[in-house]
Write a protein that binds this ligand. Structure first.
Ligand SMILES: Cc1cc2nc3c(=O)[nH]c(=O)nc-3n(C[C@H](O)[C@H](O)[C@H](O)COP(=O)(O)OP(=O)(O)OC[C@H]3O[C@@H](n4cnc5c(N)ncnc54)[C@H](O)[C@@H]3O)c2cc1C
Length: 380
């Protein structure tokens, strides 16, 4: 497959990197330590057109593909994963609206996301329903022309800052198939009964807003249903087939940042009368990191370019997501090792990268779930 980037794609990368270097570097440590974020950076990112580039021009987007969204994500994560996630997750859920939303829903939501007027999120996970998404029990019942939603959601990105959260609800509990029982419903977070609390104490990506949500008799119009009733599980799988590409790019970004730090430190640090970079054991680490990064990037490049051509290869997407997560964790670990004791302190950027990297192996399908998907496709 030819992975040569067009001039436009190269320009996108350059612009994203320049923006991230200019806006992230000074604030990254502060946001990490204080678990906060400055939404003015998001407003600027929207003004410059970095947010939701895969959204159609008719809704205010750039009309690019997921591939370009991934390129931006990789650059942002290569400068700072926490801020990268805080920014690029602001459209998390727009993919559902694009694929299944009504024209009215698209016009209501998509232009707001790209113009920096609103943030969205998607709530699937519950305290007792993680990898087994089909066991989600947040209940939505029709009462006249409104859904009434009750339940709780866990680890939800953007819960306290989003204008809308798309909630994965149990609407058809009596359907004989456990994959025919759920639907996505848009909840305006100003609706009475919606309550979100910010969770603190995260290992990494601490600039990103993570919350727990409680929904207590939340009434929303019937036409807030996204797509067909009872098809939520299948929509979720298609949603993940887009968002996992994005997560794969995150893994490559954090791996790249780790390699950069490793090279810089290995060249500078002297032991036994020479630089660390002169020792073969260190050179091998660097060679292995660079090779894995290349392989991980090629996987997501292929999966994302196919997706933009309408070819959804779910096993390839799962490979890209799993391998990029593992590459991020591997590279951050090796880079921290090269830093020795200094890497153990947050004065050094590698400590933050080491903490940030882990999430790529967890959210939007753990690495075990990704491997299960790959194996199922091979063994069917
Ligand atoms: C920072 C952060 C942000 C998040 N943002 C969102 C969000 O915006 N929206 C949202 O809905 N969710 C979000 N999540 C939730 C995330 O997607 C889940 O944490 C993840 O899917 C795993 O679910 P769980 O934590 O319940 O783990 P569990 O499903 O309980 O898994 C625990 C362990 O068991 C393994 N395991 C489970 N089942 C199997 C199996 N069948 N075979 C082999 N191993 C298995 C898992 O791989 C894992 O290692 C977020 C999580 C975090 C930490």
């Amino acid at each position: 497959m030819d992975f040569t980037l067009s001039k436009e794609q190269q320009d996108i990368i350059k612009a994203a990197r320049e923006f991230a270097l200019g806006e992230f570097v000074e604030r990254a440590q502060e946001f990490d330590r204080e678990e906060k974020f400055d939404l003015s950076i998001w407003k600027k990112a929207c003004e410059l057109g970095f947010i939701g580039v895969f959204i159609d021009e008719q809704y205010g987007g750039a009309g690019y593909g997921f591939f370009e969204h991934c390129l931006i994500t990789e650059e942002f994560w290569a400068v700072d994963p926490g801020i990268g996630q805080a920014l690029t997750s602001t459209t998390f859920g727009s993919e559902l609206i694009i694929m299944y939303g009504t024209e009215e829903q698209k016009r209501m939501i998509l232009p707001e996301l790209v113009s920096g007027r609103a943030i969205i999120g998607t709530a699937i996970t519950e305290p007792d329903a993680g990898s087994d998404t089909a066991s989600a029990s947040t209940r939505a019942v029709l009462d006249g022309d409104h859904w009434v939603i009750n339940g709780s959601k866990m680890f939800i990105t953007n819960g306290t800052i989003a204008k809308w959260i798309i909630v994965f609800c149990l609407t058809d509990p009596d359907n004989p198939s456990r994959h025919g029982r759920h639907s996505f419903i848009i909840v305006d977070t100003s609706t009475p009964g919606y309550e979100a609390n910010k969770l603190t104490g995260k290992l990494g990506i601490r600039a990103s807003n993570t919350t727990e949500i409680s929904l207590s008799d939340v009434r929303v119009p019937e036409n807030n249903l996204v797509g067909e009733r009872g098809k939520g599980f299948y929509q979720l799988m298609e949603f993940f087939n887009r968002t996992r590409l994005h997560v794969a790019a995150q893994g490559v970004g954090v791996a790249r940042a780790s390699l950069d730090e490793a090279i810089k430190y290995a060249k500078k640090r002297q032991q036994f009368g020479s630089s660390l970079s002169s020792f073969q054991a260190i050179q091998f680490k660097i060679a292995e990191m660079a090779t894995r990064i290349k392989a991980a990037r090629n996987l997501y490049y292929e999966a994302a370019s196919l997706a933009d051509k309408g070819i959804i290869d779910h096993a390839l997407i799962a490979m890209a997501k799993w391998f990029a997560g593992e590459t991020g964790v591997f590279c951050a670990n090796e880079a921290l090792q090269i830093h020795g004791g200094y890497g153990y302190f947050d004065e050094y950027r590698i400590q933050r990268l080491y903490r940030d990297a882990k999430i790529v192996e967890i959210y939007e399908g753990t690495k075990e779930i990704e491997k299960t998907i790959i194996a199922k496709a091979l063994l069917k």
